[in-house]
Design a protein around this ligand. Sequence first.
Ligand code: SF4
Length: 156
Amino acid sequence: MVVGGGISGIQAALDLGTAGFKVYLVDKAPTIGGHMAQLDKTFPTNDCSMCIESPKFVECNRHPNIEIMTYAEVDSVEGKAGDFTVTLIKKPRYIDESKCTGCTVCVEYCPVQYPDQFNQEIWNDTIKTHTLDKNRVKEMLRKWQTNTQRNSNEKH
Ligand code: SF4
């Protein structure tokens, strides 16, 4: 198991998987990529971050020995070297992941604005429905309903 799906974790998973080990690549975020995916250029070569990372995303996803487990956190680790039992908490996305194609139609039609966590909440974006956070969505929906009710009352 590799915990952390940033560039180091991705490369570790690829190296282990290619060496013949079954690898579970775990990340608490909704996607692999880590902080590098948020950068434009990388030191010292000034290369485009995504140009380096995205081929590795695809390679990880297609690798027969790698199973990517995103939106999952390590809850407990038991056992000893060579014989660990790890319990993960998998956060729900409230969609059927096996059917989601990432088409983003749900994002287009979502009426609720939500601070964009990937961009450090610098601006609002519509909810990424395919990565719902129940508590934050409830809070945003409450605000949206209050605003809608207020607008409706002002019209009458
Ligand atoms: S991105 Fe949204 S609309 Fe598209 S398949 Fe996934 S859940 Fe459905």
